[in-house]
Structure formats: C-alpha cells, structure tokens
Design a binder for this molecule. Structure first.
Ligand code: CTP
Length: 403
C-alpha cells in the first residue's frame, strides 16, 4: 500500500553536507507519486544547486521568505497550507533551534511556523553539536510539540571524526514519511503479530536442523501491515533481511523460542499471521561439544516433537477470547494434495484463513503461487505474484474478515 502517492510534501533542505542526500530523498518521494516542493536555505544552496532539486521534482525551488508565487500569493503561506507533510532533511542545529524558538526568518522556518501539517525532521551535524545540551533541549521541545525526529546515526562525520550525527539514510527517511501517512491507514490502532523464517534446532554448538524458508513473505507482510498503520511485532529467525521501519523485532532461533515469543506477543493483539516455518522436530539432546565422526560410518539422531504453535494459540483463544487475536492466519506449504492438506490445517488449528503454497516453487523464490482458503469455505486461487503483492492481497482479505 502506497500512502505517499498524490500527497504534497515540502522537503526542507538546510545547510549541511548531507544536503546531497536530500536529492535521493526528493527523487524517491517523486517516484512514489508525491508532489514534492523543495524549500532551501541559502546555506543549503551552497552545498547543492537548486537546479538539481527543480529538475528532480519538476517544481520550482522555494528560496525566499518574501517571495510571491505566480498569482501573487505569498509562497511560504501557500505551501504551509497546501502541504500534507513538511520533511526537513537534513536539519541543521541552527534550523532545529529556529523551530524550537518560533523564528520565521527563512523560508523553511516560516513554513513550519505557519503550517498545520505534520513535521518530520532528520537532523545532521557534528556529534558535539548533537550532544550539546542546547540541541538536546531544542529537540525535546520539538518532540513535545509533536514534531517527529529521525535520530541521526553513528558513523563517519564530515569532520573525519566518528560519532552520532550522520543523517539517517534516505531510504529510512522515506520509510519514516510513509509510516507517518500510515497513521491514518485502515489498521491504525491495531496490533499485528507476524512470524517469519524457518527455525533452527541445534545438534551441537556448530550444527542445526532447519529448512529453506527465507522469511521474505513474513517481512513483506510486516511492511504491508505497517503501511496500513498497524503496530507490528515481527518475530523472526532471519538475520540478513532489512527490518521494516518501525517494526518491533523479536529474534528467535528454535521452535520453542518461537512459541514463547508468540505467546508473549499475542496478548492484546488483533491479528496473528504465522508465516514462519517452525521445525516440527528437534534433536532429543543437544551435544555440548562438537560431535566427532571418529571412525563411525553412521550417525543416528533421535528427534522429538516440538510444540505446535498454532494449536497452542487455538487453545488459548478458546480459553480467553478477549485477550487473544481475533484473526489468526496460517500458511501451508505442501508438496502434494495442497488444498486437502491446507483445509485440514485450517480446521485443525482453528484458523480464519490459510495461505496454501505449493513447494518447492515457493521457498526462497521471488514469485509465489497461492490459494487463500477461508473458514467459510471460500477459495481464492491467485495468479503467481510477488510476495509484496501477495501480502497486499492477504491484508485486503484480512480487513474483510469478521472480527
Ligand atoms: N506451525 C506451527 N507450529 C509448528 C509447525 C507449524 O504453528 N510446530 C504453523 C506454521 O507456521 C503454519 C501452519 O502451522 O502457519 C502450517 O505449517 P505446516 O508446517 O505446513 O504444518 P504442520 O502443522 O507442521 O503439518 P505437517 O508438518 O504435517 O504438514
């Protein structure tokens, strides 16, 4: 879901070396369909030419607080009223101080003072300036007034020093803007728990039993729920996928870890989507030391059953329906008898919906084939699509389920 399309965004660029990264932000926002108007301070224009932004946004750049627009309207007043979001990236210590103290002496400060639109700022400065009590008090003041801050990150600064002060990366800033628009989305105020990836069961300190689940489906679902405004808890065994902005992450390894995390996170949640592939069995014992082959030709590993998480959730739901998710969605990856097996799991685990995927076509691949089976016997046979698109279809369906 793209909530940025057709929104009017004023991108304020102030005088920091990170101004060059604002070009990537402007470009990405426009690709997402936003109408972007860049406002620049004089100092910012020393770092990056206004022409760069005019070319990227197809809109003239606002520079002068006293400027009149085409029909003699005062530009900063017009944009303060028209904007759906004011995003200042990079925001220097001086701009932050101006905002905190209500100045209107440059075009960005004037727009911020006048607007009713939400304001999001991405500070960039040397770590000394960032840590200075003056800046921190100004930041606290802005937060108190509802201005949202994307904290600067630690790393190499323009001076060559290493410390906190680097502006967050453009992708993160755009994700924060998307998240801000999502606050009026259809799942705003809802809590969604999503599990992702295959679990790993240790044989010894270096070996595990696992499966090929990549976790990509779970991450796409988490992003979709975030874009719709939900508060998302992502329980994952995957370490190498970027965490969707604003998801609360719990890292797990084994099926028993997953069970504990799910039971903790579903309390008070509205929706649980179990896209993880938990190992059904684990080694009966985990060796403390690496298992040596010595001179044996065979190794027998005895496996014992792991708990079934969705069955445990079904029991809990029956016992305390008020505090457990009203909607539970499972997945069924099957090599044979796809619909028969999926329908059986839907009933056995008391699910509201199950996403049936044929394997091996699904594991780790970019496109998936799926059939959605619902409690009311409805079946939706979907054409192959990306995991992102499938996540959209799944949440469209979740929103129609009786709650
Ligand atoms: N699942 C679970 N706990 C397990 C195993 C699976 O909650 N120990 C969940 C999965 O996350 C998925 C659904 O149950 O949403 C179906 O998983 P699958 O592995 O296909 O089914 P199983 O119940 O393990 O059945 P089988 O192994 O016999 O196919």
């Amino acid at each position: 879901m793209n909530l940025i399309a057709d929104k009017t965004i004023v991108l304020g660029v102030t005088g920091s070396i990170a101004a060059y990264k604002a070009a990537a932000i402007a470009s990405r926002l426009r690709q997402l369909g936003a109408n972007v108007h860049v406002a620049m301070t004089d100092a910012a224009a020393e770092f990056v030419g206004p022409l760069t932004f005019a070319a990227l946004t197809h809109n003239p750049v606002l520079r002068n607080v006293l400027a009149l627009g085409a029909d003699a309207e005062i530009e900063h007043v017009a944009f303060a009223g028209r904007a759906n979001l004011i995003l200042i990236a990079p925001a220097t210590a001086t701009t932050i101080a101006r905002l905190a103290h209500g100045f209107a002496d440059d075009v960005i400060a004037a727009i911020c003072l006048d607007t009713r639109a939400p304001i999001l700022i991405a500070p960039a400065m040397e770590s000394g300036m960032w840590e200075n009590a003056a800046t921190q008090e100004n930041i606290a003041t802005l937060k108190r007034r509802g201005i949202r801050i994307i904290d600067p990150e630690a790393g190499h600064l323009a001076s060559g020093a290493i410390g906190q002060g680097r502006m967050a990366e453009p992708e993160k800033i755009v994700a924060a803007a998307q998240r801000l628009f999502a606050s009026s989305g259809p799942l705003a105020g809802k809590r969604v728990v999503i599990t992702a990836g295959g679990t790993r069961e240790a044989l010894d300190p270096v070996r595990v039993i696992s499966n090929h689940s990549s976790g990509k489906m779970g991450y796409a679902l988490a992003q979709e729920a975030l874009d719709r405004g939900a508060d998302v808890s992502l329980i994952t065994s995957i370490d190498d996928l970027p965490v969707p902005y604003d998801a609360r992450v719990t890292r797990i390894v084994s099926t028993r870890d997953l069970l504990d995390a799910v039971m903790r996170e579903i309390s008070g949640a509205d929706v649980l989507v179990m896209s993880a592939a938990p190992a059904d069995f684990r080694p009966e014992t985990t060796a403390d030391l690496k298992i040596k082959k010595e001179d044996s030709d065979e190794l027998t590993i005895r496996l014992v059953r792991n708990p079934d998480i969705l069955s445990a959730v079904a029991e809990l739901r029956a016992a305390s329906p008020a505090t457990t998710p009203r909607i539970v969605v499972g997945f069924a990856a099957e090599t044979n008898d796809l619909l028969l097996n999926a329908r059986d799991k839907l009933e056995r685990k008391n699910l509201d919906m199950i996403v049936a995927n044929p394997v091996p076509q699904t594991f780790g691949s970019e496109n998936v084939q799926a059939v959605l089976l619902l409690k009311n016997n409805e079946e939706l046979d979907l054409a192959p699509m990306s995991k992102e698109n499938l996540a959209t279809v799944i949440f469209d369906r979740i929103e129609t389920l009786p709650s």
